[in-house]
Design a protein around this ligand. Structure first.
Ligand code: PB1
Length: 327
């Protein structure tokens, strides 16, 4: 007890604080999302996500050469005319994402290439699977398509496929599909605990993937339900996921911490577009120190149990850490 016990003894100097540090953020923890568009020489800034651009595959070699994070998460953003009711363009072996995977792997064989597996960016209605006449997303039709989409990505060389559609049985269907194609070494990073969050807005602008009617509450998790999130995530583990994910990150650190305690699988946390934009816009208004706020957010997500963090800040954080401006 005080005065014999003085907690501030270990906070007195930078050296003492560093020695007692419990959590360390490294560049190796980070995954950089990437938006790929069709065509050539296309580099399109995304207004709602300052510093993030949509790129065409011909620009990926140069982009990848300078990439510091060890991994990238690829999202295809097709032209509107390529979209249809079932997202069939997402299944093509010569589609946007397989082409990007080949370009990335050619430029950087060492890079871990993860691909998002979902149909919302490829459907005219913007839902994550085909829609029935009653307006419901057809779960069992969706998981068959997702399995084909994942196999096309894996065949192109993706190291990991990441199903984000929140369909029941998607992980099992994808694992079976991959194994059936002999793609047994392709890992699955499941968006296992993905909430029906308000923090996805900027992404939907970036990927042109907002639902044209209704919302995603009939398949993404209720914000209020932590037990349901854990149950859903552990089902994905049982179905064969190699990674689990919690998404968004900062508002869901309780779920992340509890899932860390329940599962032995590696867990990624996704610092989503709205979380990124909040820091960006607050910093632009001068109310936050961008570097300190972003590094604090990443460190807190890691402290809560994330083994990897998907963040639009990945490259920037790697540069801050390399320049000794770390947490
Ligand atoms: O950064 C982000 O906001 C990610 C959004 C996320 C990407 N997997 C999805 C959120 C949504 O629009 O519901 C896309 C769903 N497949």
């Amino acid at each position: 007890m005080f005065p014999e016990t003085r907690m501030r003894r270990l906070r007195r100097s930078e050296g003492l604080r560093r020695l007692a540090r419990e959590t360390v953020l490294t560049c190796g923890d980070l995954i950089q999302p990437l938006f790929v568009v069709p065509g050539d020489a296309r580099e399109e800034p995304i207004a709602s996500m300052p510093g993030v651009t949509r790129l065409s595959a011909d620009l990926l070699e140069a982009w990848a050469r300078d990439l510091k994070p060890p991994a990238v998460l690829v999202f295809g953003v097709p032209n509107e005319e390529a979209k249809d009711g079932t997202g069939s363009a997402a299944l093509r072996a010569d589609g946007l994402v397989p082409e990007a995977v080949r370009a990335l792997k050619s430029a950087r064989p060492d890079l871990v290439v993860i691909t998002d597996v979902c149909l919302c960016g490829y459907t005219t209605h913007g839902h994550c699977g085909p829609v029935t006449e009653s307006g419901e997303v057809d779960n069992d039709a969706a998981i068959e398509l997702l399995a084909r989409m994942a196999a096309a990505h894996a065949a192109a060389g993706a190291d990991v496929v990441a199903p984000s559609a929140m369909m029941d049985g998607q992980v099992q269907a994808i694992r079976e599909g991959l194994d059936c194609e002999g793609l047994r070494n392709t890992a699955i990073m499941s968006y296992a605990a993905k909430f029906a969050s308000a923090f996805y807005g900027p992404f939907r602008e970036a990927a042109h993937s907002a639902p044209s009617f209704g919302d995603r509450r009939s398949y993404q998790l209720p914000v209020a339900n932590r037990r349901e999130a854990l149950r859903d995530a552990l089902l994905d583990e049982d179905e064969g996921a190699d990674w689990l994910m919690v998404k968004p990150a900062m508002p869901y650190l309780d779920v992340l911490a509890e899932l860390r305690a329940e599962s032995l699988l590696p867990i990624a946390a996704y610092h989503v577009s709205g979380e990124y934009a909040m820091i960006k816009y607050a910093a632009a208004q001068g109310v936050l120190d961008e570097r300190k706020a972003a590094l604090e957010a990443m460190l807190c997500i890691k402290r809560a149990g994330a083994d990897a963090i998907i963040t639009y800040y990945a490259q920037q954080v790697c540069e801050w850490l390399r320049n000794g401006e770390g947490g």
